[in-house]
Design a protein around this ligand. Sequence first.
Ligand SMILES: Cc1cc2nc3c(=O)[nH]c(=O)nc-3n(C[C@H](O)[C@H](O)[C@H](O)COP(=O)(O)OP(=O)(O)OC[C@H]3O[C@@H](n4cnc5c(N)ncnc54)[C@H](O)[C@@H]3O)c2cc1C
Length: 464
Amino acid sequence: MERGELLTSLKDIVGEENVLSSEMDLALYGYDASLERGKPDVVVLPGSTEDVSKVVKLAYRAKIPVIGRGSGTNLSGGTVPVKGGIVVHFSHMNRIIEIDIPNRTVTVEPGVITLDLQNTILKKGLQYAPDPASQKVSTLGGNFGENSGGPHCLKYGVTTNHVLGAEVVLFDGTVVWLGGKSPDQASYDITGLLVGSEGTLAIATKIMLKIIPTPEAVKTMLAIYDSIEDAGNTVSAIIAEGIVPATLEMMDNLVLKAVEDSVHAGYPMDAAAVLIIELDGMADGMERQAGKILEICKRHRVRDVRLAKSDAERAELWAGRKGAFGAVARLRPSYLVCDGTVPRTKLPEVLGKVIQIAKKYDLPIGNVFHAGDGNLHPLILFDERNKEELARVHKAATEILQICADVGGTISGEHGIGTEKLKEMSFIFSESDMHFMRDIKSAFDPVGIWNPGKVIPQRQAANA
Ligand SMILES: Cc1cc2nc3c(=O)[nH]c(=O)nc-3n(C[C@H](O)[C@H](O)[C@H](O)COP(=O)(O)OP(=O)(O)OC[C@H]3O[C@@H](n4cnc5c(N)ncnc54)[C@H](O)[C@@H]3O)c2cc1C
């Protein structure tokens, strides 16, 4: 289809003001929070499911790629239009459609900002548990696409555990509803398959989510360590004792210093690592559980455990953790976040190896991560303009993911594969595994319009 014809057809569907096609617009939609870059042919801002369905129908007929986009904060290249195409940006589809308190569900459009939903339902004594650190800007559609996690996902589960159903647009523009309010669904769990599929199988235009009452009591502690190993061992010991805190987050010295310089959260600048441990639930018994945690921390040579004495102090501790990525961005012009997951007991060993990699490649690497889930986020700091340094960064990132895979972990805890980790897929999947995934992809996407070039590496040539 000619570009002029494509633009005219899209303007007929969503209105002229909702089609962006200037060079500046296309450059702005050519990147996300990863290092990848691309360029779409056009960007559309649909206002309804009907708009999305018509756009997809057009793309299917013309065999043009379609890339769903929330806020573009994903860290793996998931929204970068590496093969051009139509970016469908959901910023106008940002309504909370229903809050069903008796059934404890909400139904939202994909462009709703995660924290906006949270703030709306908190007023009703309810919460949506997944809390990515990017929740101030990320959308629920993006969370759906990436199967996002967050500090509270240790206890409550990641996005997929909270998605009850979704209205989705299929490759030819057909609109279907999957799942729903009843807790058990007959037939295949297609909703489960779509959550985390990074827009490569279908696009969600409405999402039904589970919400839960806010906890009666919360206790937040900052445990301060002189050794990363002791902090890591505390994490597995707490879980091994049968305690599942709401959060178990770790930050190392490099990150602590950066956070303190920018957010002033009251963290000790000289500590090797800190853990933010939060308990939530019934007030009854919480004191006892906190006591047990203190005992475990002491067993692992904690220097000090500070208890947040007020909501303000608690908010301060969290402001530091949630502002950590932004804070380290002040140290060097660019950073790459690795997102590997390892069995918790392997945390100290793997963190030690990350330190060795930092030395080997002469790169500063900080760690701030969901320790309770074994989900590491080594942050490699560098200057993207220095190509030689960038090459070292890629090598270091690949080596870190190889280590995670080697100890029985995986190459993504929550940030997805996108384009950034295509080559690392072979660390955990065989060619037959990927062949099976390609078959699933072709069933959902027979002409290859959905977010091409993401998640599944291209088939190896037979004689390669
Ligand atoms: C500072 C910072 C902190 C972060 N912290 C966390 C964290 O704690 N936990 C975490 O999990 N992630 C984190 N992230 C990563 C990112 O914020 C999440 O992946 C988030 O879910 C992306 O939301 P988004 O709206 O920006 O989605 P986008 O980046 O726009 O899209 C993400 C993916 O979802 C697809 N998609 C978008 N909309 C739809 C739709 N309607 N239907 C189907 N697919 C769709 C896109 O095609 C893409 O593949 C962080 C990122 C940054 C920059």
